[in-house]
Design a protein around this ligand. Structure first.
Ligand code: KG4
Ligand code: ZN
Length: 338
């Protein structure tokens, strides 16, 4: 009788300030472990040097915990996957070095994965059959992209931000309002008690499917400067609701344009900012308006995680697409304007 041999993939993610490991067995996520780094809160932003050091001390326990939770022994792994980039070089090098070491020690193939493509692959963790082409709005702290995915899982970048990312805009706005880092979740929480029509902020209209968030942030800065002392404290929920609404409407306006012109068969939302409650709701409503199915991964697969790296690696594994041992991480995604 033929023995069924399963595909077990260990994936490591260390692109920014979360050290994560996941184990995927035959397409299903069996363990998904994330260790955050509290140290950056003190500084109101990620400090690259500290992130690299924290990855170095977290990576072994995180990987061991993922294997333990999945009940998979290192020898039973079929491949080792890791995030190649984009991200902080000092952080990426920790995950890459660890993955290469394991790959050599276990004599198992290595798979380097693009972090942004993995954010899109996160959509497939919970849904195997999604109508293609699928248009994915990827919104994270570092990136804002519109990506079209075809039936062979090929990804085509159709739009990106020329400056700040959506999450970055929310985090910078939160900083101006005196909220802790990362500010996105705080804005989300406070906005629930505010009036989104209280104030308005300007946003740039760009050709094609490009985004720009720096003007919106500057518009908030000038608005706040012109107000009397104590204004922020008295109007915090209204400011948060109005700024968040501007970000959400802007994202949907560009996505809506892409839906009308490119006519995808489904749409999806991914990346850390897709945790935003207003964006999730408005995205669903937009899908209904266009009569198109919409997919949004669970929260644990939206923010930085290694399960999405494992899913992207599983697709690469099935296509026989592996990396050489001398594969290098990259800070910026190749062929994308900086
Ligand atoms: O994908 P992610 O975890 O990391 C990157 O690859 O960047 O995204 C982090 C971003 C941060 O900007 C954070 O403020 C934002 O996601 N975020 C949110 C919410 N939860 C996380 N933004 C708005 N509302 C939320 N509930
Ligand atoms: Zn990310």
């Amino acid at each position: 009788m033929m023995q069924h041999s399963s595909v077990n993939i260990l994936a490591i993610e260390s692109s920014c300030d979360d050290t994560a490991a996941a184990v995927l067995c035959d397409g299903k996520i069996r363990a998904n472990v994330v260790a955050g780094q509290e140290v950056h809160r003190l500084y109101g932003g990620v400090i690259p040097e500290l992130a690299g050091r924290a990855h170095q001390s977290n990576i072994l326990p995180v990987v061991q915990q993922a294997l333990f939770k999945a009940d998979v022994k290192a020898e039973e792994l079929s491949a080792i996957a890791f995030t190649r980039g984009p991200g902080l070089m000092g952080s990426l090098l920790v995950g890459a070095g660890f993955a290469k070491g394991l790959s050599i020690a276990l004599d198992k193939p290595l798979i380097g994965i693009d972090h942004l493509q993995a954010h899109v692959s996160a959509v497939f963790i919970e849904h195997e059959h999604i109508p293609r082409p699928m248009l994915c709005l990827l919104v994270s702290g570092g990136h804002t992209q519109l990506v079209m995915v075809d039936g062979q899982n090929r990804m085509n970048l159709i739009g990106t931000t020329l400056d700040d990312a959506a999450g970055e805009a929310l985090d910078k706005a939160a900083k101006l309002l005196g909220l802790p880092y990362p500010g996105g979740p705080h804005i989300d929480r406070l906005a629930k008690e505010g009036n989104e029509k209280a104030f308005s902020f300007s946003s740039a209209r760009l050709p094609d499917y490009q985004f720009s968030f720096s003007g919106m942030k500057t518009s908030l800065l000038y608005f706040l400067r012109a107000q009397p002392a104590g204004f922020i404290e008295r109007n915090l929920p209204d400011i948060c609701a109005s700024f968040q609404e501007q970000v959400v409407q802007y994202l949907l306006q560009v996505t809506g344009k892409a839906i009308r012109n490119l006519k995808p068969a489904s749409i999806a939302l991914s990346g850390g900012v897709s945790a935003n409650s207003r964006l999730r709701k408005a995205f669903g409503e937009m899908a209904q308006e266009h009569d198109i199915p919409a997919f949004i991964p669970s929260f644990e697969y939206c923010t930085d995680n290694a399960a999405m790296i494992a899913m992207a690696a599983y697709q690469a594994y099935q296509q026989g697409s592996f990396s050489e041992l001398d594969v290098m991480p990259y800070a910026r995604q190749p062929n994308v304007p900086a």
